[in-house]
Design a protein around this ligand. Sequence first.
Ligand code: FPP
Length: 258
Amino acid sequence: MKTSPLPLPRHVAIIMDGNGRWAKARNLPRIDGHAEGAKSVRHAVETASRIGIEYLTLYAFSANNWARPSAEVEGLMSLMVDFARTECAELRQNGIRVKVIGQTERLPQYTKDAVNELVSATVAGEHMTLTLALSYGARQDVLDALGILAARVKDGSLDPSAIDETQLRAAMTTHFLPDVDLLIRTGGESRISDFLLLEAAYAELLFLPTMWPEFKPETLYAAIDHYRGIERRYGLTSEQIQSADSRTVPSLVRAALG
Ligand code: FPP
């Protein structure tokens, strides 16, 4: 039976891997790979916005990346600042609202300032939400949210029996994001690496051999086409999915679960 293509993914998340290997293959320092990767960030943002993706989330710096050599960490922090300063006007003009997730309080002050300025300057953007995961780890995000809920239980404002998934997710730094529809990882490895573990529970996963600095607009177009040709079943049968409008599938699943 022929299936019609899925609508566009509403939320695309990307693990931007392969900067270091791209640089090594060219006998360049790793930071040059990250700088080239920052150009791919521009391609990805422009293309996602042009396609009509509502939410684009980029894994820019993981909680584990703090353990990298200090020169590389500082180089990455400076690249974030450059990005925030050079892209601000265009992002604003294109209606792109920038948000951040993760333990952003751990960032050095100069990076925090530049990123906060970018977030404030673009707050009115309604065309697309670009979320930068900075000092982010999904397990830590869950733990921090549990800490918030535990404090509320302690001060008497939350009844432990009222804690459910909605409460937990509302306390996470990802609270404003819808679930991920398409999760892309470049760099040839097939891992999720502590990225959006709850939010990507039903995401389509796409692992690409392309190194992140080689990610071009066409790479994203091809990824979206691939996604749209895939039937997502959410644990249901093909027949159930085909009899429902694909946008309503999550509510169909809720109904099926009672
Ligand atoms: C992983 O590649 C990538 C990172 C740790 C950093 C990603 C940062 C950028 C793309 C540039 C700056 C970002 C913004 C938003 C301006 P890797 O170093 O682990 O690559 P490898 O696996 O080949 O060593």
